[in-house]
Design a protein around this ligand. Sequence first.
Ligand code: COA
Length: 169
Amino acid sequence: MTFAPMPAELATERFVLTHEELDDAAWLAELFTARGGGTVTEADAQTRIAAMHELTSAHGIGAYVLRPRDGSPPVGYAAIVIGRGSVAEPELAYELLPDAHGRGYATEAATAVLEAAFATGRRRIWSTIRPWNAASLRVLEKLGGFDHVRTTSDERGEVLWFARDAPAG
Ligand SMILES: CC(C)(COP(=O)(O)OP(=O)(O)OC[C@H]1O[C@@H](n2cnc3c(N)ncnc32)[C@H](O)[C@@H]1OP(=O)(O)O)[C@@H](O)C(=O)NCCC(=O)NCCS
C-alpha cells in the first residue's frame, strides 16, 4: 500500500510547522539532553536530523518543528515516526523544550500533525507512552479518539499502547 507524503508545511494558530533543518541541531541537542539520558551533542543532533530526513524522503512522514509565528525560536517538535509502529501504522510523537511546557503547544501541534497523517491515507496512528508520563497522557486525552489497546513491558518498565483510527469516510 502506498500513501501520499505529508506536506512540507503545516499551520496552526501559533506555529508554522516545518521539517527539521540542520540549523535546528543546537536546540534539538538541548531538548534531547533534557530527557536526562546523558549529554546529546550538536553533532549527535545533526545525525538524528539526517535520519529524520531519510525517513521523510523514503516514507513521507517525519518531524515538524514548532516555529512560533512571532519569530521567536523553535520550542519543540511533533512527529509521525515509525517508532514502535510501522510505515502503514506509524506513531505520533511530541517533545518540547522544558520552558515551553504547559501552554497547550503540544496539543495544538499534534492536532495538525495527526490530521495530516490521516490525510496520507493511513487508517491507524499509534501512540506509546510510559504510565508515569501524565503530561503526555493528558495530551493524548485532549487530542481525543485514542483507545488503550495493550500494555507491554521492556527493561524500563511498562509501555501503554494507544491507537486512533482514521475518521470514517
Ligand atoms: C508531553 C509534552 C510534550 C506536553 O507538552 P505541553 O505543550 O506542555 O502539553 P499541553 O500544554 O498541550 O498539555 C499538557 C497537559 O498535561 C497536563 N499536565 C502537565 N503535567 C502534568 C502532571 N504532572 N500531571 C497531570 N497533568 C499534567 C497539563 O495541565 C495539560 O493539561 P490541561 O490543558 O488540561 O491543563 C511535554 O511535557 C514534554 O515535552 N515532555 C517531555 C517529552 C515527552 O514526554 N514526550 C512524550 C513522549 S511519549
